[in-house]
Design a protein around this ligand. Structure first.
Ligand code: SAH
Length: 382
């Protein structure tokens, strides 16, 4: 499977099945990690000011920021807003008026995703975004960049700040040589042979190292990168019966469809998800080994599966209803994985699959209190 040409979050045209309508989990993650983003941005500003005696106190005439894996929902512009507000408060408001008249800094924003992404839906929101920004002094220019972040996307040494949230768990491909070994599973499971975990771990190491090397080429010296990775709590698959309950239960649901004669077992045996949820120490090791960046901060952030934090972040339409949590999670996984599942299994099974899946999730939630684990990282280009 060529992930870059198949993977696509469900577009806004899919209505209640769209990523835009099923990305509250990612929005909660972004909202809860706001202090991390603000602190990282302020530290970057401080270090830029320290390292230069030029006009604008080391601040470039045009500050360039990229959000990689922006998708087709509202979250990306929320992140960009936070970055601009922080810069605006810190730089522009503290600047002498004379300075400002001569060197009004500007900001260029690049929103990146795979070419399959529905960029139009994000770009339609840009005029409203500009209007809201009128209160800021910083002029902002938004554009879209289609391509894989596992290839070069920007000219050399052109970016000041790179951001990416909940995107880097998508691998460039399914690791080689695991299909035959991982029968009845679609990801690393407690009962998968050890080679499966090893193959996934190595593929992530290859992809993430490549990502770091490419961004290092594209970023200016001293540039800053903030990543939010979907991670895991346990270091090794043997440590828990459920290594990744999302995918374990989706595999169980597919097997249910085999029993009903709707899916061939061989089709499950030849399918594995092209994603990996690293343990925080794995990420640290890769960054240190690859060597292009100094890791400034690494934290983890947990969000409940039932998304009860939505209330804390002021999502007015969210009503916590334990009986609906299974359905919400099932819709969320459908919005991100439907393109890949349709590519392999065909469209006809999708409704039945996610009906069964939501029942399995509901049952799982009766006995467990699972949390999504996110790894927050900030680093500086050496
Ligand atoms: N950052 C957004 C979207 C997260 S969903 C948010 O927080 O809501 C993950 C996104 O990563 C998807 O839109 C997917 O298409 C994108 N993605 C996955 N692999 C990618 C790659 N190799 N290059 C660019 N984008 C990728």
């Amino acid at each position: 499977m060529d992930v870059a040409s198949v993977l696509c979050m469900n577009p806004p045209g899919d209505g209640k099945r769209s990523y835009a309508n099923n990305s509250l989990l990612q929005r909660i993650t972004i909202s809860k990690s706001k202090p991390f983003l603000v602190e990282t941005t302020k530290n970057m500003i401080r270090s830029m000011k320290r390292s230069s005696s030029s006009v604008n106190g080391g601040w470039p005439a045009c500050f360039r920021v990229a959000d990689l894996g922006c998708s087709s929902g509202p979250n990306t512009l929320q992140v960009i807003s936070e970055i601009i507000n922080t810069i605006d408060d810190d730089i522009i408001c503290n600047q002498q008026k004379d300075d400002r008249d001569h060197h009004d800094p500007e900001i260029q924003v690049f929103l990146n995703d795979l070419p399959t992404n529905d960029f139009n839906s994000v770009l339609k929101e840009v005029p409203a975004f500009y209007n809201q920004r009128d209160k800021n002094k910083l002029r902002c220019f938004v554009s879209a960049v289609a391509g894989s972040f596992y290839g070069r996307l920007f000219p050399k040494e052109s970016l000041d700040f790179v951001h990416s949230s909940t995107s880097l768990h998508w691998l460039s491909k399914v690791p080689d040589y695991i299909n035959e070994e991982n029968k009845g599973k679609i990801y690393i499971a407690h009962s998968s042979p050890p080679n499966v975990y090893k193959a996934y771990k190595e593929q992530f190491e290859k992809d993430f190292s490549n990502f770091l090397r490419l961004r290092c080429e594209e970023m200016k010296a001293g540039g800053c990168m903030l990543l939010i990775l979907v991670g895991r709590r346990i270091p090794h698959p043997s440590a828990s019966k459920y290594f990744s309950p999302f995918w374990d239960l989706l595999a169980t649901s597919l097997m249910d469809l085999v029993a009903k004669g709707l899916v061939k077992e061989d089709d499950i045996n030849s399918f594995n998800m092209p994603c990996y949820t690293p343990y925080k120490e794995e990420v640290r090791e890769i960054i240190e080994k690859e060597g292009s960046f100094n890791l400034d901060k690494l934290e983890t952030l947990e969000v409940n599966w039932d998304l009860r934090e939505a209330i804390e972040i002021g999502e007015e339409n969210f009503v916590l209803n334990e009986n609906q949590s299974g359905q919400i999670i099932s819709d969320y996984i459908r919005a991100i994985a439907e393109s890949i599942l349709v590519h392999h299994f065909g469209e006809a099974i999708i409704d039945s699959l996610f009906k069964t899946y939501s029942e399995h999730i509901t049952e799982y939630l009766h006995f467990h209190n699972p949390k999504h684990v996110n790894i927050l990282l900030s680093m500086t280009k050496k």
